[in-house]
Ligand binder design. Structure first.
Ligand SMILES: NC(=O)c1ccc[n+]([C@@H]2O[C@H](COP(=O)([O-])OP(=O)(O)OC[C@H]3O[C@@H](n4cnc5c(N)ncnc54)[C@H](O)[C@@H]3O)[C@@H](O)[C@H]2O)c1
Length: 414
């Protein structure tokens, strides 16, 4: 059966915020950030599609593959340009003959098939997703639509297209749920605990179904938290940096003692590069980090980097209500990937220093981010909003105790 755009109400034009059309040239002074690995190119790989290529991690991969393999791989960044993306993330590649951008939505079969055919794609890295856990407690339908249906549409389109030799599905350590004791192996049970991680686990199950039923040549890659330049400031590290740059205090969810393992985005790009060139189709690989940091420790490290006296800590670090459920810790065992030759290159402190410096140089990269710097944001009308903002989504209320803004009723089908 041919897939078409009318399935699941996914037809119709996409609307873009005006900032996507504005090129103020901020990217011209930016370094082209990539990882460092460069493997022997593969003969069977020529045209690589990266979904979510204008987002944080996707753009690191797009830049890495475009720059490191100029004579071997053509790279197509496929992105619907959601609120958290920026064309600036790959604008520095526009003059490269082996790079192109395709404005499309993975939930629309017509967009996907057109792109696969025009560019004769043979390899896909699928990163497009709604990714912010905080938002998934409110409007969770968008997570199911983009992460689960989006993956399903992509796979049906691949089946109809018939030319994909390698499909790399990017997932997260969060699919395992809390890791209170031992590190999770690739064979550990998936036990997600929030709508975001549930949608990522569900997407993996669909991939698995297509591997068994249709022989999809797939690899699943589950990463720890990733950090670095080019990340939209809704996530904790760029958000805290942006707050300190505005001399505003940091609001920690709950007691702030939840820990996460962080990997520099250049190392994540190297992990993808290594798995592409040395990994085995049909396998799952964890991508781990040896740097485990609590939100409280992160805040303290940032205060030090900003030169704020430790004695003023209580003025700068405050607490707000926790997420509805907040996993205390994630931890995966990445020894299977390390056996392919990958190593974490950048430690947390160095990655944090580089990240602080980058956000200092490129304020304005993502346009107006004032509405994003709230502890529990919501999305309305395609952008992050908070009470008092012009264009705030109807039905949102301010939590006077926390300054947080939530949509009480939850879901709106876009
Ligand atoms: N950031 C992390 O720490 C982390 C950790 C583990 C796994 N991941 C996974 O890595 C991937 C990329 O994460 P990120 O942090 O770069 O996310 P991001 O939010 O920065 O970027 C996601 C990109 O996907 C695009 N997108 C969303 N829905 C789309 C759709 N329907 N069609 C086309 N494009 C769409 C967005 O416009 C955006 O450019 C995701 O799959 C995420 O689950 C992220």
């Amino acid at each position: 059966m041919a897939v078409d755009d009318s399935a699941w109400g996914t037809s119709g034009p996409s609307s873009l915020e005006s900032r996507f059309f504005v090129d103020d040239g901020i990217w011209r002074d930016a370094p082209i950030l990539t990882g460092q690995t460069q493997w022997q190119p593969l003969t069977g790989v020529k045209n690589i599609l990266v979904t979510g290529g204008e987002g944080f991690i996707g753009s690191w991969l797009v830049r890495h593959l475009t720059i490191k393999y100029p004579d071997h791989y053509n790279v197509v960044s496929f992105d619907k340009l959601d609120y958290c993306s920026s064309l600036n993330n790959a604008r520095m590649l526009e003059s490269k003959p082996n790079f192109s951008f395709f404005h499309g939505d993975v939930t629309r079969p017509g967009d996907v098939l057109k792109c696969l055919r025009i560019h004769s794609i043979d390899t896909i890295f699928h990163l497009a997703a709604h990714t912010h856990v905080d938002l998934s407690f409110g409007n969770s339908y968008t997570f199911t639509k983009n992460n689960v249906l989006g993956t399903h549409v992509l796979l049906e389109s691949i089946k109809e297209y018939g030319g994909i030799q390698r499909f790399y599905h990017i997932s997260t350590d969060e699919v395992y749920g809390e890791a209170l004791a031992a590190d999770m192996a690739e064979s550990s049970t998936l036990d997600p605990s929030n709508p975001y991680s549930a949608s990522k686990a569900a997407a993996e199950m669909i991939v698995k179904g297509y591997v068994k039923s249709h022989g999809l040549p797939a690899v699943v890659i589950r990463l720890n938290n990733v950090m670095g330049p080019h990340q939209y400031p809704e996530k904790v590290i760029p958000k805290f940096i942006s707050l300190l740059r505005r001399s505003k205090p940091l609001l920690l969810h709950g007691d702030g003692r939840h820990t996460r393992r962080y990997l520099y985005a250049g190392d994540a790009a190297e992990a993808f590069d290594t798995i592409l060139h040395r990994g085995t189709i049909g396998q799952t690989y964890n991508v781990d980090s040896h740097d485990e940091v609590s939100n409280l420790q992160l805040a303290e490290k940032l205060l030090a980097l900003f030169g704020l006296p430790a004695g003023d800590r209580d003025a700068w670090i405050r607490h707000t209500s926790d997420r509805k459920f907040n996993d205390r810790r994630y931890a995966v065992d990445g020894s299977k990937l390390r056996a392919l030759g990958w190593r974490q290159r950048t430690g947390f402190d160095e990655a944090l220093r580089v990240t602080v410096e980058w956000y200092g140089r490129f304020e304005g990269w993502f346009g107006d981010i004032e509405g994003v710097l709230t502890p529990h944001p919501v999305v309305g009308g395609g952008k992050v909003v908070r009470s008092g903002c012009k264009g705030m989504a109807p039905g949102m209320e301010e939590d006077a105790s926390t300054g947080a803004f939530e949509r009480p009723a939850g879901n709106v089908m876009e």
